[in-house]
Write a protein that binds this ligand. Sequence first.
Ligand code: FAD
Length: 391
Amino acid sequence: MKIAVVGCGIAGSCVSILLNRQGHEVHLLEQAPALRPIGAGVMLQPLGQCVLERMGLLGQVIANAEPIYELHAIQRSGRTMIKMPFAAAGVGMHAYGVHRGDIFEVLLKDVRECQIPIELNVTVTQTTVSNNQVAIECSDGRRIDGFDRVIFANGSKCGLRSKSGFRKREKEYEYAAIWCSLESTQVRNQLLQIVEGSTRLMGILPMGNGRASLFWGLACRDRERCMQQPIAKWKEELRRFYPAASETIESIQDWSCATYGTYRRASVTPVYDSHHVFLGDAAHANSPHLGQGLNFAMLDAYRFAKALQDLGDWQKAGQRFVKEQRDNSRYYRFVTALLTPFFQSDGRWRGIVRDCTLPLLHRTPIIRGQMALTMTGLKSGFLGGPLKWDE
Ligand SMILES: Cc1cc2nc3c(=O)[nH]c(=O)nc-3n(C[C@H](O)[C@H](O)[C@H](O)COP(=O)(O)OP(=O)(O)OC[C@H]3O[C@@H](n4cnc5c(N)ncnc54)[C@H](O)[C@@H]3O)c2cc1C
């Protein structure tokens, strides 16, 4: 088939590689004028590692990454709230701290080696189906005809959810974060989070090769106030909040190392029809508090491509894809939506409830196991155990 993939991000590049390997004629359409390894630190979870391994790309991605063995969340006073080893979900399990750009570069290199055409500066605004063919309309008025099928892999801000006859649910969060990529080795082999109430949150994720990502939770209404002040003032604010991170904070040079990422919760129904399918954040975006978005984007790509290969029919592949992803996608949507306000929202009571309950929950053996499984991305649903995603 001749397939258009809208969005050359994580899901888009993965699915393009996999479908190209199956012999489909894939065309990538990307709104950005150039492809750059943007982003900050992300957690490559066991789930994402499995997908990259199946694609033969894991070695390249983790060559410089930092193994992450635990999540350590503390209060500003230094009191531990959660210290959760990945191994609590299974022997030898761990994540990697990696720059999103490092993963993207490896995928992009493979896309280029497969000689998949990428058209840049193309913002897709709508699709229309006639005579079993899909035409793509772009924001500059262009129309690109002649595709058999279209894959929407255009991320959480996907503006196409309601345009092609699908129903959408979208919510922008009032809190988000400033993300910095820095040179620092102060924190090793763990994701460190420091919280105060539900309004203040700092995190440090090592990314390997002497690099780290620092994030600072911030209400959207405070973004301008914060990012327009001199960098020295912001560094002072961070140091006052958590003096023990001074070494990492010191390596912030100027505002150019920082980006502000907003959070969005979104879903679309149905996830596929006779000519389209939504993958990754375009299908199900969540806040990044459980650190799964990138991993689920790759899993979606793998699952859909595999279903298409096994069944050789778009509709049947869509049916199997939905059946496979429904339960764990619902579970993570629910848990992320439930937890997010306890880490980032206005008001004091949520922070107090979290500080009282989380330490108790994570010391209760049966709940601890489920929490660890959730953290790895491998929880298959509300009642399910580990995800069997590639039998
Ligand atoms: C602050 C922050 C921190 C995060 N931390 C983590 C983490 O620790 N772990 C984790 O797993 N995930 C994390 N994520 C989420 C992760 O980055 C995304 O979930 C993941 O990249 C989703 O991949 P995707 O392919 O669906 O979308 P993206 O990678 O966002 O790609 C979408 C692509 O589509 C393009 N596009 C958009 N609209 C159009 C259009 N109309 N036409 C053509 N092209 C279009 C975009 O330019 C982009 O290139 C984080 C996200 C944020 C915002």
